[in-house]
Write a protein that binds this ligand. Structure first.
Ligand SMILES: NC(=O)c1ccc[n+]([C@@H]2O[C@H](COP(=O)([O-])OP(=O)(O)OC[C@H]3O[C@@H](n4cnc5c(N)ncnc54)[C@H](O)[C@@H]3O)[C@@H](O)[C@H]2O)c1
Length: 363
C-alpha cells in the first residue's frame, strides 16, 4: 500500500497559510500532522482552521513529541538555520524556505548533515519546477534561439508591508539576516541560474530608497517601521563565462511594473516571460530565422517532454517525496540553493568595493 507521508509545518505565517496547509494533501499522498509557531496562537489557529491534530511552540517540542516524516520550514528567515539543523539532526526529511541559511558554510553544514542522516533536503523557491521555465530550457537546449547570451530578470514588489496581506509583524523582513536581497533577490538569482547555469562572477549596485515604511494591512496596519538597515533596490550583474551574462533587478521598491519577469536573449531569438507563472503560461518566443523566412513572435506548442503543470507552491512536497521514493536528487537541490546563497553573501563585498567578485560554488 502507498505510504501516506506525515508533514509538519514550522512557522504558521502568511506563506504557510497561503500555500502550504491547504495544499499538502492536494500535492502528494500526504497529511499535515503538526503546526509549529513560536507565537503559539498561530499554531493553534492553523490546527483549528485546517483540522491538524498537533500544535507545538518550538521545533524541539515537535521532534520530541510528534511522529512525522517531513518538515517544511516556513518560519522567518533568521530562524531557518537553527530549525533546519534540528530537523536534519532528528533524521527527518526537510523542505526549507529561502534562504536555508545565512552563510555558505552554514548551508554546507546542512547539506552534509542531510547526507550523514540519509535524508532528503529540498530548498525553495520552486522556479526550477515551473512549466514555462522548463519549456524555455528545452527550447534553448534544442537551439531555438541559438546561444542564450543575456538574461534580464525583474524581481521586485513594493515590500512585504505593502504588497502582501499579513497578520504577523513584517518588521523582521527589514532587519539584518533578512532584507530585500535574500527575500526577493533569491528568486531572480535562482531563475537566471536555472536557465544560464552556475555563474562565475558577480557585481552589484544597491541603494536604500525608502528609509521608513508603514504597514498597510493586518494586525499591524499603520505601524511605522525603520527600513534603512539594508538596501531595498539592487541591480546585480552576473558573468557566466563564454560571453554570457545576466542582470537581476530586484528589491522592495517597485510598487508596480509592467516589465516581463524574465527575458532570455540569444543570437537568433528571444524568450519572454510576461504572464504569472503559477497560471502555467507558455513563454512568448521571437524567432529570427531568415533561412526559413521567419522573423517574429511565435506560439510554441506542447510537443515532446511536456513539463508538469504547477498546482501550488507546495509542489516542493511532490519533489521531496519523489526524491525519497526513488532515491534521486530533488529538482530543488540544496547545491543550487548554496550557489545562489554564495552570490547573495558576496553582494555586500561587491557593493562596497565596486568590484567584480569571483564565485567558487557550482551545482
Ligand atoms: N514566494 C515565496 O517563495 C515566498 C513568499 C513569501 C514568503 N516566503 C518565505 O516564507 C518564509 C515565511 O515568510 P512569511 O511571509 O510567511 O512571514 P510571516 O512573518 O508571516 O511568518 C513567519 C512565521 O514564523 C514564525 N516563527 C519565527 N521564528 C520561528 C521559530 N524559531 N520557530 C517557529 N516559528 C517561528 C513567526 O512567529 C511567524 O508566524 C520566509 O522564509 C519567507 O522568505 C516565500
Amino acid at each position: 500500500m502507498k505510504k501516506t507521508w506525515k508533514v509538519a509545518v514550522v512557522g504558521c505565517g502568511m506563506f504557510a497559510n497561503a500555500q502550504y496547509f491547504l495544499n499538502i494533501s492536494k500535492e502528494a499522498n500526504a497529511v499535515c500532522v503538526a503546526a509549529v509557531d513560536i507565537v503559539e496562537e498561530r499554531a493553534i489557529e492553523a490546527c483549528e482552521k485546517y483540522n491538524i491534530p498537533n500544535h507545538y511552540k518550538t521545533v524541539y517540542e515537535l521532534i520530541e513529541s510528534c511522529d512525522f516524516d517531513i518538515a517544511i520550514d516556513a518560519a522567518s528567515i533568521q530562524a531557518h538555520h537553527e530549525i533546519n539543523m534540528a530537523v536534519l539532526s532528528a533524521g527527518k526529511h526537510l523542505i526549507s524556505q529561502k534562504p536555508a541559511a545565512p552563510t555558505v558554510e552554514a548551508i554546507t553544514e546542512q547539506i552534509e548533515l542531510a547526507e550523514k542522516m540519509n535524508v532528503k533536503f529540498v530548498c525553495v523557491p520552486i522556479h526550477p519546477m515551473r512549466y514555462d521555465l522548463n519549456i524555455a530550457k528545452q527550447m534553448i537546449a534544442d537551439g531555438a534561439i541559438g546561444v542564450p547570451y543575456y538574461a534580464k530578470c525583474n524581481m521586485s514588489h513594493g515590500g512585504p508591508e505593502y504588497f502582501q496581506y499579513r497578520e504577523a509583524d513584517p518588521s523582521w523582513f527589514f532587519e539584518p539576516g533578512a532584507g530585500a536581497l535574500v527575500d526577493m533577490g533569491v528568486h531572480g538569482l535562482q531563475i537566471v541560474t536555472s536557465v544560464m547555469g552556475p555563474a562565475k562572477k558577480i557585481a552589484c549596485m544597491a541603494k536604500v530608497t525608502t528609509p521608513t515604511r508603514e504597514v498597510r494591512s493586518g494586525n499591524y496596519d499603520g505601524k511605522k517601521i525603520k527600513t534603512d538597515m539594508l538596501p531595498d533596490q539592487y541591480v546585480i550583474t552576473l558573468d557566466f563565462g563564454e560571453g554570457r551574462m545576466a542582470m537581476v533587478d530586484t528589491g522592495f521598491s517597485q510598487k508596480a511594473s509592467r516589465a516581463p519577469q524574465l527575458e532570455i536573449f540569444g543570437e537568433s531569438g528571444t524568450i519572454s516571460f510576461t504572464k504569472p507563472y503559477m497560471t502555467n503560461p507558455k513563454p512568448e518566443v521571437y524567432i529570427d530565422s531568415p533561412e526559413r523566412g521567419i522573423r517574429g513572435w511565435i506560439e510554441p506548442m506542447d510537443w515532446i517532454n511536456i513539463p508538469k503543470k504547477l498546482i501550488s507552491q507546495c509542489c516542493c512536497l511532490g519533489d521531496i517525496i519523489n526524491s525519497v521514493e526513488n532515491d534521486t536528487k530533488p529538482v530543488l537541490s540544496p547545491e543550487h540553493a548554496r550557489h545562489v546563497l554564495e552570490i547573495m553573501c558576496k553582494i555586500p563585498e561587491a557593493i562596497e568595493t565596486g568590484r567584480t567578485i569571483d564565485l567558487k560554488t557550482t551545482f
